[in-house]
Design a protein around this ligand. Structure first.
Ligand SMILES: Cc1cc2nc3c(=O)[nH]c(=O)nc-3n(C[C@H](O)[C@H](O)[C@H](O)COP(=O)(O)OP(=O)(O)OC[C@H]3O[C@@H](n4cnc5c(N)ncnc54)[C@H](O)[C@@H]3O)c2cc1C
Ligand code: SF4
Length: 490
C-alpha cells in the first residue's frame, strides 16, 4: 500500500475529492467516526443518523469495489488516523481540502497532504479573486458572472428568457389547501437499522443514506417538482411541509451528489421545454449562485468571522427553540415541530421566522448559530456561518448583506397560512394580542436607529418610526413580549 486516503463524512463522492485518482491496489481508505462528532453536542438524532449511515454505506460500497477500508470509531479523528497509520507503517495520508477551518487546521497540523477540494463549482482561489475586486459582496453580481463563466442558461452573451432574474414571479403566497406531488419515501436497510439502534432513534423515511437514494431524490425532483419550484419558492404552508423544494442539500453537503450533477439534470429537464424559466432560473440561482457564494464567503471572511456580534445581542437562546410548547406563536411552534420531526425546513422559515426572531429579540448570534448547526440535517459549518451570522442575524455589521432581514407579522401573514389560527394578530403592534414579530420589528428598529439611519437601504424603514404615534406603548409591549418569550408564555 502506498497511500492512506482519508475520507471525511462530507466527501462521500467516488469521482471527486481524494478518491478521484484512487486505486484499490495501493490505496487504503480511512474513515473515522469520532466521538467528538457523534456525542460532542446536542445533535438532532435524525442528522446523526443521516451522516453516520451515509458514511457506513459509502464505506461498504468502496469495500465492494475492492478497496481495503479502515472504518473505525475513536475519540477524535486524529486518534483514529493515528491507529490506522500505525497499522500501515506510517504511509502518507491524503485528503481533499476539508470543508471547514477547524478540520483544515487539525489535519494540516497532523501532516495530512491535501489535494484541491473540487466539491464546488467555484475553486476557492477564483472566488477570492472575485471578492477582492468587490466594494460590496452582492450575490447578484457573483451569480451573473457564474452564469457566464459556466455558460448556464445563456444565449450567447444574454440570459435565457431575457432577464437575469425572475424573483418577481417567484414570490407567490401559498394557494389554499395546497396538495403538491408526493415526496419520496426512502426504505431502510440493515445498515440503517443498525445505526438507528445505536442512536436509539426511529428515523423518518425522508432522507436517503446511499448514492442510489440521493439519485432517486434528484430524479423525483426533476420529474415532479422542478416545474413548480419557482413561484412557490418563498411560500410557507401547514398543508405541505416542503412544497416544491428539492430536499437535495443534505446530499450536496455530504458528497453523495455533486453540484455539477444537479445542474446537469436541471438543464437536461429544462431543455425538454416543459419547465418554466422562472422555476429553472430560480433553482439554478440557488445552486450556482447562493450555494457557491456562501461557500466562497466562508473562506473569504475567515475563521474569526463566526464570532461577530456587532449588534451586541446578548439574550440567551429562548426556550421555544428547544420546545415548541414554550410559545403560542403559531408560525414558530409549527416550524420547531417540523424541525423536531425531520431536521429540515426551507429557506424562508430559516430566514424570516427563526433568524428574524433571533434578530429582533437580540439573541446572542453564537448561541443561535450553535442551535442551528445542531438541528438541521444539512448544517455544515461553511454554510451555516455566513447564512446565520451574515444573512440571518446581521451580526457582521453588514459585511456580507447590505441590510438586515428584519420583518414584522405582515410579511409572514402574506407568505403563509400560519396567522389565521394564531392567537396573535399580525396587524397589531400593541396590546395583548399584538403579533410578537410586529411589535419586536419596530422595537428592533428603534433600538438600532442610529446604526441603521446611516444605511441607505434601511433609512426609509427607520424613518417609518416617526409615524408611530404609539411608540411609547409599543416599547412597553416589547418588554412584556421579551419577558413572556423568556418565560415560554408568549
Ligand atoms: C439562516 C439560514 C441557514 C441556512 N443553513 C443552511 C445549512 O446549514 N445548510 C444548507 O445546505 N443550506 C442552508 N441554508 C440554505 C437553504 O435554506 C437550504 O439549502 C435549503 O433550505 C435546503 O433545502 P433544499 O435542498 O430543498 O433547497 P432548494 O430550495 O431546493 O434549493 C436548492 C439548493 O440550493 C442550495 N442553496 C439554496 N440557498 C442556499 C443558501 N442560502 N446557502 C447555501 N446553499 C443554498 C442548497 O444546496 C439547496 O439544496 C440556510 C439558509 C438560511 C437563510
Ligand atoms: S400572528 Fe405573528 S406570531 Fe402569529 S403566526 Fe402570524 S406572524 Fe406568527
Amino acid at each position: 500500500m502506498k497511500r492512506i486516503i482519508y475520507i471525511p463524512f462530507d466527501h462521500l463522492h467516488r469521482t471527486n475529492g481524494a478518491l478521484k485518482e484512487s486505486d484499490p491496489a495501493h490505496d487504503v481508505i480511512a474513515m473515522v467516526e469520532s466521538a467528538r462528532m457523534t456525542t460532542g453536542r446536542a445533535w438532532h438524532k435524525e442528522r446523526l443518523f443521516f451522516l453516520i449511515s451515509s458514511a457506513r454505506h459509502f464505506a461498504k460500497s468502496l469495500e465492494d469495489e475492492g478497496f481495503t477500508v479502515e472504518y473505525i470509531k475513536d475519540a477524535t479523528t486524529i486518534d483514529g488516523l493515528k491507529k490506522i497509520e500505525k497499522k500501515y507503517k506510517n504511509i502518507p495520508v491524503t485528503c481533499a481540502e476539508p470543508s471547514s477551518f477547524g478540520a483544515f487546521e487539525t489535519l494540516r497540523e497532523h501532516g495530512v497532504t491535501f489535494i484541491e477540494n473540487d466539491f464546488f463549482l467555484t475553486p476557492r482561489p477564483l472566488f477570492q479573486r472575485w471578492a477582492k475586486e468587490q466594494k460590496s459582496f452582492l450575490m447578484e453580481n457573483f451569480y451573473r458572472k457564474q452564469r457566464v463563466r459556466l455558460n448556464i442558461l445563456m444565449e450567447g452573451a444574454d440570459p435565457v428568457g431575457g432577464a437575469w432574474n425572475f424573483d418577481k414571479d417567484n414570490r407567490l403566497p401559498p394557494p389554499k389547501s395546497y396538495v403538491g406531488a408526493k415526496y419520496l419515501e426512502h426504505a431502510r436497510d440493515e445498515i440503517d437499522s443498525h445505526v438507528a439502534a445505536e442512536l436509539d432513534h426511529t428515523p423518518t423515511t425522508t432522507w436517503a443514506t446511499t448514492r442510489a437514494g440521493a439519485l432517486k431524490q434528484l430524479k423525483n425532483f426533476m420529474a415532479n417538482h422542478f416545474g413548480e419550484f419557482g413561484p412557490l419558492e418563498d411560500a410557507m404552508t401547514t398543508d405541505n411541509w416542503a412544497l416544491h423544494h428539492s430536499l437535495l442539500s443534505p446530499y450536496l453537503n455530504n458528497g453523495l451528489l455533486h453540484a455539477s450533477e444537479v445542474v446537469h439534470a436541471a438543464m437536461k429537464e429544462f431543455n425538454k421545454g416543459t419547465i418554466p424559466i422562472e422555476s429553472a432560473e430560480g433553482f439554478i440561482r440557488q445552486l450556482i449562485g447562493w450555494r457557491e457564494y456562501v461557500n466562497g464567503m466562508y473562506w473569504y471572511l475567515g475563521p474569526t468571522y463566526r464570532e461577530n456580534n456587532q449588534l451586541a445581542a446578548t439574550r440567551k437562546l429562548l426556550p421555544l427553540f428547544s420546545d415548541p410548547a414554550a410559545t403560542q406563536m403559531n408560525c414558530i411552534r409549527a416550524t420547531i415541530t417540523d424541525i423536531n420531526e425531520r431536521a429540515w425546513v426551507h429557506h424562508i422559515p430559516r430566514l424570516m421566522l427563526l433568524s428574524n426572531l433571533a434578530l429582533v429579540t437580540g439573541t446572542n448570534p453564537q448561541e443561535f448559530l450553535d442551535w442551528m448547526r445542531e438541528v438541521f440535517i444539512d448544517a455544515s459549518e461553511w454554510v451555516m456561518v455566513p447564512n446565520v451570522i451574515g444573512m440571518g442575524v446581521h451580526a457582521d455589521g453588514g459585511a456580507m448583506m447590505t441590510k438586515p432581514y428584519a420583518a414584522g407579522g405582515a410579511y409572514i401573514s402574506r407568505m403563509s397560512n400560519y396567522c389565521k389560527p394564531c392567537v396573535y394578530n399580525p396587524k397589531l403592534r400593541t396590546g395583548d394580542t399584538a403579533c410578537p414579530f410586529t411589535t419586536l420589528y419596530w422595537d428592533f428598529l428603534d433600538r438600532h436607529k442610529e446604526t441603521f439611519a446611516k444605511n441607505h437601504r434601511m433609512s426609509q424603514q427607520v424613518f417609518g418610526l416617526n409615524r408611530l404615534s404609539d411608540l411609547p406603548e409599543l416599547k412597553e409591549r416589547a418588554q412584556e413580549v421579551l419577558a413572556g418569550l423568556e418565560q415560554g408564555k408568549i
